[in-house]
Write a protein that binds this ligand. Structure first.
Ligand code: 6R9
Length: 653
């Protein structure tokens, strides 16, 4: 049942959910209060949800001061991530399936129990050690969505190595950049990945990346044979996964790690320059990932949980790998595309494996919605109990389609707002506690203090709109940017003093619900993936014909935001359709297919201020065809440039 308000429809918590869930609204409010009034006490209690080798006595030591940003949680405790994900479940649920792997083509699924996963991780951890990987070494993982990707992550954490998973869709160039920045010692990859019937030549990409003259750190490439494709083999460097694990011992002692020892690096786009290696540490991340997984999805033992994010993104870290395994869940992992071979693939997988909880991005929902009922044809989805979304704002139309067509109005939807830097969910409904408003990520998780500030940094009280900031630390927060703490401070703690800047804008309604309005910086959100405009621009200008490029987002039906590029060519170069398609190929090669421009507009001139700064505000308006509201153009060096761009907008393609 739903009721209308000035903010649209409200869906109250159903009586059944209230009863079955961990927390109802009264309990949520009480726990939230406690977490804010007495964070030490709250997290001292909830920090116990993981096993510690040496229990912590200190809970929190944090400074958000921009001269000295320092974040520590549970910092005298010792533990191990892999031990918590695997060993501690062996006695109670060793024979329970941990991972159900569904291949790209419809076929037999692979099932791995906790006991089997534990042995595979131990063997591979020993194999890593035999290749000289030690505590603190960085290991790059460039893998398809297969069980071995999780095994590799777990094996790293077991021996105290720091994993840096690079999305398998990134190009050799992009992979090389991340290897250089992290000084990775080993790269773990597969011969090929498979998506929608197409092969992705991962090993070939690694070989190409390693030809980069600045890469000095990589000693070994470990290759898992997934498709048995023919691949080049370099005896001095390449090692076979299967050969190594066959001779490795089936038990590996988990290394005792300090709570603040690094667990992983994950690169993400920012508003300037090259991607940042966001660093997460061990204790706080594990506590926060497991706690959000249990409370947000109201996870109960025996349920089947499916988050279809790639392990190359943070969602794949916290809700494919760590969160579910920490809670002893059965998780589904799918290598292929949500709409391959037919648009009802997701629904079929739900029925096949009796999935109870589905967690996907709005872009996938919109792509399925475009197919209407075909997306659920021939399936019952009776097992579904809860739906989740993440990655970008969900438009109410997509929300309603997800609710009605996929969930048949039986399942609550948790719209979870968070970031690579936050580690896990921050603003989110809790199924038994929160009345839902389509399009709103609703209220903060325990321990999270969101606030809105205006551009001068003044707090906005009550209803209003502004920059979304977080006033105090939470255990899952990133600790630094790998190798560049100044950049960490600069990016997150200088705009508004003493607070964490999210880079998102938000509105708060009269009920205290948050509505994310999108990025306030030069970061695009394309199909739920973060893309820095600066990154695409620098790839464009690296092309020999390009003099200058300006990238903006524009509204896109399926992707949420599309990539619109204004290009000025070097003088003497001919503007042609062929060159446009070359430039598209070029960006795919430089960054990867996800960065491919949707629209390129030739721009012999770009709107600039007299000091030479490109006025993106105007370019965004032109890209979305909104010519009446160009705002103040008086500071432009040459106002006629704008008229020309508007005239040529129709020619852009
Ligand atoms: C988890 C993840 C983070 C950015 C974030 C915001 C956008 C994520 C959202 C959302 C509205 C949601 N975002 N979830 N916007 N509603 N439920 O996606 O991390 O890849 O680092 O992206 O995604 O703009 O700042 P990441």
């Amino acid at each position: 049942m739903s009721t209308g308000t000035s903010h649209g429809t409200v869906y109250p918590v159903s009586p059944e959910l209230k009863v079955r869930s961990l927390v109802d609204n009264e309990r949520y409010l009480a726990m939230y209060q406690q977490s804010i009034i007495n964070p030490e006490g709250f997290w001292r209690e909830h920090g116990q949800r993981i096993d510690w080798f040496n229990p912590f006595t200190k809970v929190k030591k944090v400074s958000f001061d921009d001269h000295f940003v320092d974040i520590n949680w549970f910092y005298d405790g010792t533990t191990n991530a892999s031990y918590n994900c695997l060993d501690r479940h062996l006695e109670t649920r060793g024979d329970q399936v941990a991972i159900i792997w569904e291949p790209d083509e419809e076929g037999e699924a692979r099932k791995v129990t906790y006991k089997e996963l534990h042995e595979q991780v131990c063997r591979f951890a020993n194999a890593l050690k035999s290749q000289g990987v030690r505590q603190g070494d960085v290991v790059a993982i460039y893998m398809p969505m297969i069980v071995e990707a999780i095994v590799a992550m777990q094996a790293c954490s077991r021996i105290g190595a720091v994993h840096s998973v690079v999305f398998g869709g990134f190009s050799p160039e992009a992979l090389a950049g991340r290897i250089i920045d992290s000084s990775a010692k080993v790269v773990i990859t597969a011969d090929e990945g498979v998506r929608g019937g197409k092969k992705i030549p991962l090993k070939e990409n690694v070989d190409e990346a390693l030809t980069h003259p600045s890469i000095k750190s990589v000693e070994k490439v470990i290759v898992y044979r997934h498709t048995q494709a023919d691949i080049a083999w370099h005896d001095h460097r390449d090692v076979s996964w299967t050969d190594m694990t066959a001779i490795a011992s089936p038990y590996c002692q988990p290394r005792e790690m300090n709570a603040e020892d690094p667990l992983f690096i994950l690169y993400t786009s920012g508003s300037t320059g090259k991607p940042k290696g966001v660093l997460h540490t061990t204790g706080g991340y594990l506590v926060y990932a497991s706690m959000t997984h249990e409370y947000v999805f109201d996870y109960k033992q025996g349920e089947v949980f499916w988050c279809n994010a790639d392990v190359g993104w943070v969602t794949g870290h916290s809700y494919v790998t760590y969160g579910p395994l920490l809670n002893g869940a059965t998780l589904v992992m799918h290598e292929g595309l949500p709409n391959y071979p037919e648009v009802n693939r997701i629904s079929k997988i739900i029925d096949k494996h009796n999935v109870n909880i589905l967690y996907i991005a709005p872009t996938a929902i919109r792509a399925l919605m475009a197919e209407g009922d075909k997306a659920v044809a021939g399936t019952s989805r009776q097992s579904l109990r809860l739906l989740g979304t993440v990655g970008e704002p969900i438009n109410p139309e997509a929300w309603h389609w997800y609710y009605k067509t996929v969930g048949e109005e039986r399942c609550a939807i948790v719209d979870t707002w968070w970031q690579t830097e936050t580690g896990a969910a921050m603003l989110t409904p809790l199924p038994g506690a929160t009345d839902l408003k389509p399009g709103s990520a609703t209220r903060p998780f325990f321990g999270v203090q969101p606030a809105l500030v205006d551009n001068a940094g003044l707090l906005i009280e009550g209803e209003g709109e502004g920059n979304l900031v977080i006033l105090d630390s939470w255990p899952g927060q990133a600790r630094t940017v790998f190798g560049d703490h100044d950049r960490f401070i600069q990016t997150y703690f200088t705009h508004f003093k003493g607070m964490y800047t999210t880079g998102d804008g938000a509105r708060r309604d009269k009920d205290g619900y948050y509505w994310i309005t999108g990025r306030v910086d030069d970061v695009l959100n394309v199909s739920g993936h973060r893309m820095g405009t600066a990154e695409i621009e620098s790839a464009m200008v690296a092309h020999k014909s390009v003099a200058e490029a300006a990238v903006v987002g524009f509204p896109h039906n399926i992707k949420g935001e599309g990539i619109y590029v204004y290009v000025t060519l070097n003088s003497g170069t001919e503007y042609s359709d062929e060159l446009k398609s070359n430039l598209r190929q070029w960006v795919r090669k430089e960054i990867g297919p996800i960065a491919t421009p949707d629209i390129i507009q030739w721009a012999p001139g770009l709107p600039k201020t007299r000091s030479g700064k490109i006025m993106r505000r105007i370019l965004r308006k032109i890209a979305s065809g909104d010519y009446d509201n160009l705002g103040d153009t008086s500071t432009l060096a040459d106002p006629t440039v704008v008229d020309h761009l508007i005239r040529d907008r129709a020619l852009a393609s």
